[in-house]
Ligand binder design. Structure first.
Ligand code: NAG
Ligand code: NAG
Ligand code: NAG
Ligand code: NAG
Length: 573
């Protein structure tokens, strides 16, 4: 009995405790608006230059899923669609093409004498085109992000589930109709490799971005070459057919570098020149593999050192990227940068915004080569909430850009007819495209690369839901102090901005504020409502060194204060 009484008392105490805990949690909701003070020290001595390379793009040849081909017929031509009805057209694949290395052809037989008004035919759900023939709307969306680098062609696409299905650059150059293509076993589709090594170097050139070539390091998701057999990967002497892999592998990174950088008279540079590009591509970054540094891949370190020494010897200026995470402890091998990949829930990513404030300041720089809100099994296609967490994480990268030198969202594109991974930045089909909130979030960071960052101090009882940074950047004519702030929480915030140390006046008439928000934090964009969540820019007549502003719940706000007579500072930048 006594025991029972004590247990009951304990239960009552516990529920009281729970009650008070939950009251504590609910309290901020019922308090309404929050207040916050954000102080920005714009003095020149406290400022630091952000690396020119900070924000770029990661292009993975994944989930494009529209290419038919392969050695077998009938070839899988899903998810292509027939235009007109099935009685008006007959479509099949057969081994009848005039290209000996690419034998599968698509046959269309038109069965209608009087065809329907809309015509008949077949469309594929997305087309990238060859060479510089990229789809304009899609490429403009990339240009608008002002990317400083392009990491390609993967991702796991580089590795393959099996080595024999990995990306091999030699098979992706030359006349595209002669490229054999290969089965991308990670993303489960046949790729014709029309968008190959050469085209991706060209894409980087078109975007004015540094190419970052990720090559297969003799390791796939499920098999790997022994380090004693890695030599042909480093320096090829023979070329063998893919069917002979992985018995003798010919992967050859030095040849790939000569293809990009060699003179037009060199063995591989002349191949590039014959394709119409006698000028060298300015390839300055390579990554040795993708996600290959973990204890299921014991050969990585051995392979890495062989590649490292070969590349450093032949091209001393090339920056070499290791897959091993050096953020918590130093690497045991030389590298210029190391990859860091992060996929988390929105709440966890928001909480990890300060990840790199504790990282050692010596040693290789950080390349956050894949980041996104992503949870396995979650079918979200990219919500406002996800973009806010990512914005906070990127603000953390700006603040730590003395050690973080590059960052890119993943994945960049998804074909809506063949969604292999959600969410993505840009969704397209054969004729439409839209940006997810994560795409629009990135447009707020386009001016950060190469800008100047200032220290900020946030004072608020609500600071656990806020993240902020301040930069000075310039466009052709003007200089702006840009203060970005994420309000990740459900409350409106009455914000006081205070910029100290400004050596120029703020011109309110040229200042602006841009806000990314929506009614519901789980709102997404779609083909039906492609701009439901998008940045909205307006004038900022209240702009001043000291100013008030309201941050709406679940929002990302960028204040651009135009600065007058900043000529001297501009010269410094
Ligand atoms: C933070 O704000 C509180 C209340 O607004 C104020 O009392 C305190 O002095 C501030 N702290 C700093 C460091 O500015
Ligand atoms: C925001 O706070 C300031 C004082 O810090 C106050 O003067 C102003 O009225 C508040 N604005 C709103 C909209 O609550
Ligand atoms: C602010 O900028 C506008 C537009 O460039 C200019 O006409 C105006 O004179 C500037 N105001 C001040 C106070 O410098
Ligand atoms: C948000 O709500 C307002 C008022 O209810 C409505 O007019 C507006 O269209 C909504 N916006 C979105 C993006 O749903």
């Amino acid at each position: 009995m006594g025991t029972k009484g004590a247990a009951t008392l304990l239960a009552i105490l516990c529920s009281l405790l729970l009650l008070s805990l939950s009251c504590g949690c609910l309290a901020p909701e019922s308090e309404g608006d929050q207040t916050a003070l954000l102080e920005v020290d714009t003095s020149w001595k406290a400022a630091r230059k952000i690396p020119q390379t900070l924000f770029g793009l990661f292009f993975e040849n994944c989930a494009l899923g529209f290419e038919a081909g392969g050695p077998y017929t009938p070839s899988n031509i899903d998810p292509w669609s027939i235009i007109g009805d099935e009685s008006s057209i007959y479509v099949k694949t057969e081994r009848a093409s005039c290209f000996s290395r690419n034998i599968v052809a698509l046959r269309m037989e038109i069965l209608c004498a009087k065809c329907p008004a809309g015509g008949v035919g077949i469309y594929n759900p997305g087309f990238w085109g060859m060479g510089h023939g990229f789809r304009k709307e899609l490429i403009h969306m990339l240009v608008d992000l002002k990317p400083q680098f392009l990491r390609f062609p993967g991702g796991t696409f580089v590795e393959g589930i099996l080595l024999r299905n990995a990306f091999r650059w030699r098979e992706t150059i030359g006349p595209w109709e002669e490229r054999p293509g290969h089965y991308g076993d990670v993303w489960n589709y046949w790729t014709d490799d029309g968008l190959g090594y050469y085209e991706l170097l060209q894409l980087a050139e078109d975007l004015g971005a540094e190419p970052i070539w990720v090559f297969n390091a003799g390791i796939s998701r499920n098999d790997q070459v022994d380090t004693t057999a890695i030599a042909p990967f480093v320096k090829a002497s023979i070329s063998l057919e893919r069917s002979e892999w992985p018995l003798i592998l010919y992967k050859d990174v030095l040849d790939s570098l000569e293809f990009a950088r060699g003179s037009a008279k060199s063995t591989w540079g002349s191949v590039r020149a014959a394709m119409g590009h006698p000028e060298r591509f300015p390839l300055k970054y390579v990554a040795v593999g993708n996600e290959d540094c973990d204890n299921t891949k014991p050969f990585y370190q051995g392979h890495y050192l062989k590649f490292y020494n070969a590349i450093r010897g032949a091209y001393p200026d090339i920056q070499i990227i290791s897959n091993c995470d050096g953020s918590s402890e130093p690497l045991d091998h030389p590298a210029d940068l190391y990859d860091f990949h992060i996929y988390n829930s929105a709440n966890d990513l928001f909480l990890k915004k300060d990840t790199f404030s504790r990282t050692s300041r010596t040693g290789p720089k950080v390349f956050v080569s894949e980041y996104a809100v992503h949870v396995d099994g979650d079918t979200s296609k990219g919500s406002l909430q996800a973009s806010l967490a990512e914005a906070a994480f990127l603000i953390g990268l700006e603040v730590n850009s003395d050690i973080v030198h590059m960052a890119s969202y993943a994945p960049l594109f998804v074909n809506d007819n063949d969604r292999k991974w959600n969410p993505d930045a840009i969704v397209f089909n054969s004729w439409q495209q839209y940006g997810t909130p994560s795409y629009w979030m990135q447009t707020f960071f386009g001016e950060s690369s190469g800008a100047v960052i200032h220290p900020v101090r946030l004072n608020s009882s609500y600071s656990g839901s806020l993240a902020a940074s301040a930069i000075t950047w310039q466009d052709n004519e003007d200089i702006f102090l840009r203060i970005k702030i994420v309000n990740f929480g459900p409350n409106a915030v009455n914000l006081t901005l205070s910029a100290t140390g400004l050596e120029a006046g703020v011109n309110a008439s040229r200042s602006a504020v841009t806000v990314l928000t929506s009614n519901d934090s789980l709102d997404e964009n779609s083909f039906d409502d492609p701009l439901k969540v998008k940045p909205v820019k307006s004038g900022l007549p209240s702009a001043a060194e000291e100013m008030q502003a309201m941050l709406v719940p679940h929002s990302f706000t960028s204040f651009d204060l135009a600065l007058d007579e900043y000529g001297e500072l501009a010269a410094d930048m």
